[in-house]
Design a binder for this molecule. Structure first.
Ligand code: NAP
Length: 264
């Protein structure tokens, strides 16, 4: 069908300029995907990811867009469809930690609103838009062997209490429910929805608390005694989107060095 402009599968990765999103974008490009590289403010970093993909002969598309904003989400999906005519994979990766960590007895509404709009409202409604496009392709049978997948990057904070950043924990717990909701709603269309729950990963987000976490690793906070790397998360995304879990949906994959295990 003329609507489909690329024979290559296409992955849309939010927050793909830096950190975990960057590693996911580069890994999926290596796996043969066209990659839509979304970023919010840091154009230079996102441009560097695009250049790296193109240098290796891959295809990418840079789209600025704040996932908190409805118009930006619509433009992001519109530009992706315009360029490639298909979205096979959505990775809801973009997210923020609270600008300032405050005890929940001191927490303020502005930070709460910002964290929840970015980590819940953004992915919830972006998934809605992308799922509608995926369903159209499924129903039109325009692409042979079309197996769309949605991956949400949450956090160990979905189930771990940190009283100095309650809004972040709430947002990731909510994002975990987004996975379950869409897994059930989209299963009839053959769209798999998965959650990756990273532990402590070395990125800009954790750079400010590096010493604190270095000490925790030294004390044995994780059975696998090292920092997680963005590539550790990207490898899990690749396994999912290349079809390693065909009879699973709504599944949570921990990429946390075993942090979630209870030990006596
Ligand atoms: P990061 O290094 O701070 O990068 C965040 C990325 O998200 C950036 O590319 C940023 O874009 C983008 N972004 C932020 N707000 C956005 C918005 N409103 N619209 C679009 N893009 C936006 O973070 P990271 O550590 O890679 O984290 C990525 C995801 O993993 C987040 O959801 C985070 O909660 C989760 N996670 C991280 C860790 C960890 O230890 N690092 C652990 C568990 C889960 P710009 O470059 O334009 O600013």
């Amino acid at each position: 069908m003329s609507m489909v402009k690329s024979p290559q599968k296409t992955a849309l990765v939010t927050g793909a300029g830096r950190g975990i999103g960057r590693a996911i974008a580069l890994t999926l490009a290596d796996a043969g995907f066209n990659v839509v590289i979304n970023y919010a403010r840091n154009k230079e970093a996102a441009q560097a990811v695009l250049s790296e993909i193109e240098q290796k002969g891959g295809r990418g598309l840079l789209v600025q867009g704040d996932i908190k904003q409805a118009e930006d989400r619509a433009r992001l999906v519109g530009e992706a469809m315009q360029a490639f005519g298909r979205i096979d994979v959505l990775v809801n990766n973009a997210g923020v930690a609270p600008r300032e960590r405050k005890d929940i007895l001191e927490a303020t509404e502005d930070i709460f609103d910002e964290v929840l709009a970015t980590n819940i409202k953004g992915p919830y409604f972006l998934t809605q838009l992308v799922a509608r496009e995926m369903i159209k392709i499924v129903e039109s049978k325009a692409i042979e062997d079309y197996r769309p997948v949605i991956v949400n990057i949450t956090s160990i904070s979905a189930s771990t209490v940190s009283t100095s950043r309650g809004e972040y924990c709430i947002s990731k717990a909510g994002a975990a429910m987004i996975t379950k909701l869409y897994a059930v709603r989209l299963a009839p269309y053959g769209i798999g929805v998965y959650e990756i729950r990273p532990g402590i990963i070395a990125t800009d987000m954790t750079a400010a608390v590096k010493e604190k976490y270095d000490a925790l690793f030294a004390q044995g906070i994780t059975p696998i005694a090292r920092w997680g790397l963005p590539e550790d998360v990207a490898k899990a995304v690749k396994a999912i989107v290349t079809g390693a879990f065909p009879y699973s949906t709504g599944e949570v994959i921990h990429v946390d060095g075993g942090f979630h295990l209870r030990v006596l």
